[in-house]
Ligand binder design. Structure first.
Ligand code: COA
Length: 370
């Protein structure tokens, strides 16, 4: 028995390969560095679902589908208005995706074509839900989703109610590429376990969203920026981190179950954090992050993971802190869908065993005698 299923191979998959010793990440045969440099999130969605890069026509088709399906059913928007304003964006996202299944025209069809249509709608709609919730809870109007730009630009447009600068849009687009898939991470595994019962794709995605919300998974990026805000000044980094490590506290954004070297995604996010800092004339968050990284590396031998630098990147894009994890979901939706489709295509119920460590041979005592 391996605690936390560490190193246990629980599926075969052609979607994503994580090489933890070399620090390499591959989507369907393509290195993440290549994709981050040359690709777009829309193209990566196609790659993950169809196993190869799209032709020009296929790319235009999927991009169009991901644009025209951004709008939410009116009933969902009304329901969102009725939710308590203090509800966390991850709770709202989980509930909204669950509601969307009831409005989906393919709800009763679990075939591959229908599931691709459902996955397309969800990938297009999740960013709208996240941005709308921030508008609704802050009493702002909700603008109609645009159909003339990519997912990253439309998300920033809906959130900030103005079109983003090119550098902001491309930074978010790269962040979406980097977060799109990561083999059998906890939320993807949850999605596959659900799909393996042959339940519908919406149920699998709801399971994944709930799993992503935890601070040991997608919730870590929010904790990173909270820590940086608490530290506030570069000269306060060292005493803060030393004290935390002495007290055996975990520093969020460090360590990884699979990577024993640098997470290749962190490399890109570090560059982006610096570039956005320079653009904004505010390098403090980048400089503090660098200092934290040096100290944790020297003391614990741990490397920054994807969540560490995504925190300062999103913060400098002006994104509210509790939307960091939902943005992760906007991207990982594509990977969850790819894994659900793969699970359905070659399914067997996932049902492991537990090693029993409980009591034995107890004799039942009637209630009145206890
Ligand atoms: N800060 C300080 N110490 C850490 C650490 C961190 N971020 N991550 C791991 N460690 C230490 C643990 O305390 C433990 O030390 P010990 O053996 O002396 O008790 C050792 O490294 C192994 O950690 P463990 O939590 O058992 O590893 P895991 O493989 O179960 O967990 C993570 C992997 C990612 C959950 C873990 O590294 C973590 O909690 N990181 C912070 C949360 C985070 O950034 N999550 C996002 C992941 S992409």
């Amino acid at each position: 028995m391996k605690a936390g299923l560490e190193d246990v191979v629980a599926a075969t998959s052609s979607i994503c390969d994580v090489n933890g010793t070399e620090g390499r990440l591959i989507y369907q045969g393509y290195d993440i560095h290549d994709l981050a440099q040359h690709s777009t999130f829309e193209e990566v969605v196609y790659l993950l679902w169809f196993g190869r890069l799209p032709t020009k026509t296929e790319f235009e088709t999927i991009s169009r589908e991901l644009r025209v399906n951004r709008h939410l059913p009116e009933e969902l928007v009304k329901a969102m208005h009725a939710l308590p304003k203090k509800a966390s964006p991850m709770e709202v996202l989980r509930t909204s995706v669950s509601m969307l299944s009831m409005y989906d025209p393919d709800v009763n069809d679990n075939g591959r074509e229908a599931n691709i249509r459902k996955a397309t709608r969800l990938t297009a709609q999740i960013p709208t839900i996240v941005a709308y919730w921030d508008n609704i809870r802050n009493g702002r109007q909700t603008l109609a989703a645009r159909e003339d730009c990519n997912i990253a630009s439309n998300f920033l447009y809906l959130l900030n109610q103005k079109m983003p600068e090119e550098v902001s849009s491309r930074s978010l687009d790269i962040a979406l590429i980097l977060h799109a898939d990561h083999e059998l991470n906890a939320s993807t595994f949850a999605a596959r376990v659900a799909a393996a019962t042959l339940t519908d794709i919406h149920s699998a995605i709801v399971a994944a969203i709930g799993t992503l919300a935890g601070p040991l998974h997608g919730g870590a990026n929010q904790e990173v920026i909270k820590m940086l805000i608490k530290i506030d000044q570069p000269e306060r980094v060292e005493p803060y981190i030393k004290k935390a490590l002495e007290e055996h506290k975990k520093i969020m954004g460090f360590g990884h179950r699979v990577y024993k070297t640098e997470d290749p995604r962190a490399w890109h996010l570090r560059q982006m954090s610096e570039a956005l800092g320079k653009q904004a004339g505010e390098l403090k968050w980048y400089q503090m992050s660098r200092k934290v990284e040096e100290l944790v590396q020297a003391d614990k031998g741990l490397y920054a993971n994807v969540d560490f630098y995504s925190a300062s990147v999103y913060y400098m894009l002006g994104i509210p802190i509790d939307l960091f994890t939902p943005i992760f979901a906007c991207s990982r939706m594509s990977g969850w869908a790819a894994h659900v489709l793969e699970q359905y295509a070659n399914n067997r119920l996932i049902r492991p065993r537990a090693e029993y460590t409980g009591a034995a041979n107890l004799k039942y005592v009637p209630l009145e005698d206890r």
